[in-house]
Design a protein around this ligand. Structure first.
Ligand code: FPP
Length: 241
């Protein structure tokens, strides 16, 4: 695996989105409970978020919990929520040092009150930081996001604020959870699965997808370099003509 060349470091994608997949299999391979896989996945997230900030990525969007993930055992769901609570408590404490701005995509109304409050506080208190913006997708599903946006637009029409036929693609963007965030140039899915699983379907319409054969807890900065190199190879091939 090669490190990024200086040239590549200057032109890293502005926005990278990642499906953090493979925690369960990683734990199983080691004979550990699934929650141990998520804990290791949380450590990987910290490592990759810091690395993204260091190489100049401006937006990192991660799939932390999907609308489908509620079907998992109570123990596993509770374990993931606890990891997120611990992480956000720590992030709120170290905010100034880290320079990270947080946003949350998804329907937060279903989260337990403690986690929801941490999300709201993190979003409100970090908006002044600009080194890198981390968008956590929590109770997120792309179709659910589009339905919530359609309902919000319909409510504006019913209230007489908008006319139904005035809607453009750019306008609709503003009703999505990702309002104001540029679309990701690169979407990465580790763990060998070749699906997009309802992750950012609207925003990734023109993204490059890189699927990798490594489980998320084993994902290192070198794997991110590799994905960025693949992205550049495709850009050079398709952008040159
Ligand atoms: C998918 O792997 C991963 C999740 C459903 C949870 C992702 C959550 C984290 C990485 C922890 C969040 C905490 C922080 C601090 C970011 P999987 O369980 O579906 O893996 P499998 O396909 O191998 O079973």
């Amino acid at each position: 695996m090669m490190a990024l060349s200086m040239d590549d470091k200057r032109s890293v994608p502005r926005h990278i989105a990642i499906i953090m997949d493979g925690n369960g299999r990683w734990a199983k391979n080691k004979g550990l409970p699934r929650t141990a896989g998520h804990k290791a996945g949380g450590e990987t997230f910290r490592r990759i978020a810091n690395y993204c900030r260091d190489i100049g990525v401006k937006y990192l969007t991660v799939y932390a919990f999907s609308t489908e993930n509620w079907k998992r055992s109570e123990e596993e769901v509770g374990g993931i929520m606890l990891l997120l609570e611990r992480y956000l408590t720590e992030a709120l404490r170290d905010m100034e040092k880290n320079g990270v701005c947080f946003r949350f995509f998804g329907d937060l109304s279903r989260l337990r009150p403690k986690l929801r409050k941490l999300c709201e506080d993190a979003e409100a208190r970090s908006s002044q930081y600009h080194d890198v913006q981390v968008n956590f997708c929590l109770n997120y599903g792309g179709r659910d996001e589009i339905i919530r946006a359609a309902r919000a637009f319909a409510a504006d029409v019913a209230a007489g604020k908008r006319s139904a036929d005035s809607l453009t693609e750019a306008d609709f963007d503003n009703y999505l959870d990702s309002a104001g965030v540029p679309d990701p140039e690169l979407v990465i899915r580790p763990s060998g699965e070749m699906r997009t699983s309802n992750f950012l379907p609207w925003q990734s319409a023109y993204s490059e997808f890189v699927f990798m054969n490594v489980l998320w807890p084993d994902f290192m900065p070198e794997h991110l370099d590799e994905a960025i190199e693949e992205y550049h190879r495709r850009e050079r091939r398709f952008g040159g003509a």
